[in-house]
Write a new protein. Structure first.
Length: 436
């Protein structure tokens, strides 16, 4: 890659604020980040350029040389006879692109093609949402006028009837208010007896015998239904009643905090040499950042073990030296004890372990597997780190995989070089996705 290509690559990174996380996880410097900030190193390469020396060097044509003298270049640092500087001493400048764990998690999801939705378990507060709930009292500013109008309109339509048609019935010879009221009720007209009495009194006596019978009245009078009358005449008024008043207030929304506790377990027995340790750290560090970015409240527990297990701080976990025998079950016994502070009903749990798969005789089958079954978790994962391939006695990962081959909450990954790290992370996270 040429100089201009380097510069163009840096500019592209700066503009897009994106990184090839896969390459970074495999080969990048993971030690410069803080728990709340992921620092990705970027090489800065300046383009060479000509610079005019402002010091007085004399004008054009000036100097002591005679015509025909050879032109000699000014000595440069590093030339023969110059004692200043040695080749290769000047380093390459670096700057850092920083992203928070949430951004890191989002971009890693995109690169791996995952869509993990973290589950919240603990209700921590109730907040006001949209004004979707209704009450019978409240400030005037929250009166739901649209609902009030609809209720009034429904009542208006429910109480509507063709008044002119009923008045014509009052003109049938021999019919009076009582007969018309009985007839109107039979026709499902919501008319009151008081209205009929009042309307009958308003009809002149000479018109009270206009029709000889109901059949004659119906043959000569058109009955108009409510919809036709509204289209023709409109609505003069809509009756509002206090009993129809409703006031909007915000819906109470339960906010669930997305809690997660991650137990990281690493083998620090004598067989865990430097290359194995580096692979453990290179796998665990991005998983830490990823889960920090996915959850509102992420807590991490770090356990180191040889034949015994003990809790350590994060800095010690990623820099601990190796020594001693191996009994992996000791780490799970301690994990079960420490997880009592994080009830399964309120916390999402992840138990990640890594080592070279070398374990004391029968410890995996008799103790580790039962302990994994007894510790409820969103996901149990074991990462085998064997740079030279499986050793003869490196069987722990295979035994775990065999015992949990039908389980959807246990993942086993194999890492023999940095190239395998991204695949291992994908294996772990995709197992979590399938378990949801």
């Amino acid at each position: 890659m040429g100089l201009r290509d380097d510069v163009e690559r840096y500019r592209e990174v700066g503009e897009n604020r994106r990184q090839d996380l896969s390459e970074f996880i495999q080969y990048g410097d993971l030690g410069q980040s803080r728990p709340d900030s992921v620092r990705v190193p970027i090489k800065i390469v300046d383009l060479p350029e000509f610079a005019y020396d402002q010091r007085d060097k004399g004008g054009v044509g000036q100097g002591d040389a005679e015509e025909g003298d050879p032109v000699e270049a000014e000595p440069q640092p590093g030339d023969d006879g110059d004692d200043d500087g040695d080749p290769g001493e000047e380093g390459v400048d670096h700057e850092y692109y920083e992203m928070d764990p949430e951004e890191f998690a989002q971009e890693l999801d995109e690169q791996l093609g995952l869509d993990l939705d973290p589950k919240g378990k603990k209700v921590i507060e109730e907040t006001e949402g949209d004004f979707t709930d209704i009450t019978r009292s409240g400030p005037t500013s929250t009166l739901d006028f649209e609902r009030l109008f609809k209720q009034g309109l429904k009542r208006k339509l429910a109480m509507d009837f063709d008044r002119d048609y009923v008045r014509e019935a009052l003109k049938i010879d021999g019919w009076g208010p009582a007969k018309v009221f009985e007839w109107a009720r039979g026709e499902n007209m919501p008319v009151s007896r008081a209205w009929i009495d009042e309307a009958y009194d308003e009809i002149p006596d000479g018109e009270k015998t206009t029709w000889a019978s109901l059949d004659e009245m119906e043959a000569n009078t058109e009955r108009v239904d409510t919809a036709q009358r509204i289209r023709r005449e409109g609505i003069e008024e809509v009756p509002f009643r206090r009993e129809d008043e409703r006031y909007r207030y915000p819906e109470i929304v339960e906010e669930r905090e997305k809690n997660v506790v991650v137990v990281n377990i690493r083998d620090v027995s004598g067989s865990m040499r430097q290359k194995k340790r580096e692979l453990v750290e290179r796998t665990f560090t991005p998983l830490d950042w990823y889960l920090q970015g996915k959850y509102d409240n992420a807590e991490f527990v770090y356990i180191a073990h040889d034949a015994d297990a003990w809790e350590v701080e994060r800095d010690e976990f990623f820099g601990i030296r190796s020594g001693g025998g191996t009994r992996i079950s000791s780490a799970y016994e301690l994990a079960a004890e420490l997880l009592e502070e994080y009830p399964w009903s309120e916390w999402n749990r992840y138990v990640f372990a890594a080592g070279d798969s070398e374990n004391s005789s029968n410890d995996t089958e008799e103790y580790v597997v039962p302990l994994m079954e007894q510790i409820p978790a969103n996901l149990h994962a074991y990462v085998e780190t064997q740079p030279s391939g499986n050793a003869i006695n490196a069987t722990h990962a295979e035994e775990v995989e065999r015992n949990f081959r039908d389980a959807n909450d246990v993942a086993v990954a194999y890492v023999s070089s940095p190239d395998d790290v991204v695949d291992a992370i994908y294996e772990i996270l995709s197992t979590e996705e399938e378990a949801q």
